[in-house]
Design a protein around this ligand. Structure first.
Ligand SMILES: Cc1cc2nc3c(=O)[nH]c(=O)nc-3n(C[C@H](O)[C@H](O)[C@H](O)COP(=O)(O)O)c2cc1C
Length: 176
């Protein structure tokens, strides 16, 4: 399992990443906020005959390579302005290279992505745009998707995640 966390602070997202890592002790973890990387630059060198993964050489490069084998991916991102925080979107954009020139997915068969959107609002419906979008991205890449908006994630405490953590653990268990 690879747990990808986005938050910039010790936060609801970090709490959730720690919680999931306790349940899956062999999981690898990365924190996008600690990494220097760019989004897709549309060079298209990942397409065409004999093309390989993204040619951008930055902190995401080893992660992209590891995604070829990683069958369980957890992405955690805060809701910023009604969508996933920018760093998470840049990461998703870089998945452009995960389809080859024949439009075949480079992800291993059976790969699954579980996504958690932590947000301040108590209205879970405000995460639907983001969840619906990521679901269609996953369908495009032939990977299975589970998405959950975690509402009431206030600054300074983790109660919004804490009251949902057992439900999250159960749903993750079913999904993975
Ligand atoms: C730049 C910015 C934009 C935000 N926009 C939204 C928003 O559109 N909807 C919302 O519910 N919360 C919004 N929030 C609140 C965060 O989603 C909330 O603080 C959440 O707990 C962040 O997750 P974290 O605790 O894992 O960092 C925003 C916060 C920031 C800093």
């Amino acid at each position: 399992m690879l747990i990808i966390e986005t938050s910039f602070r010790s936060s609801n997202g970090a709490y959730l990443a720690n919680f999931i890592a306790e349940k899956y002790p062999s999981a690898r973890r990365i924190r996008l906020a600690d990494m220097v990387f760019s989004g897709c630059r549309a060079c298209k060198q990942c397409k065409g005959a004999g093309a390989d993964l993204c040619v951008i050489d930055d902190d995401l490069s080893p992660i992209m390579a590891s995604l070829l084998q990683e069958k369980q991916i957890v992405l955690i991102a805060p809701n910023y302005m009604g969508f996933m925080a920018g760093e998470a979107k840049l990461f998703i954009d870089r998945l452009y290279c995960m389809r080859d020139s024949a439009k075949k997915s480079r992800f291993a068969e059976g790969t699954k992505l579980a996504f958690f959107l932590t947000q301040g609002s108590g209205n879970r419906a405000s995460g639907e745009l983001c969840l619906g979008w990521l679901k269609s991205v996953c369908e495009h890449h032939m990977i299975k998707f589970y998405g959950h908006t975690i509402a009431n994630c206030a600054e300074g405490n983790n109660d919004g995640v804490r009251i949902k953590q057992e439900e999250i653990a159960m749903n993750l268990g079913f999904f993975f």
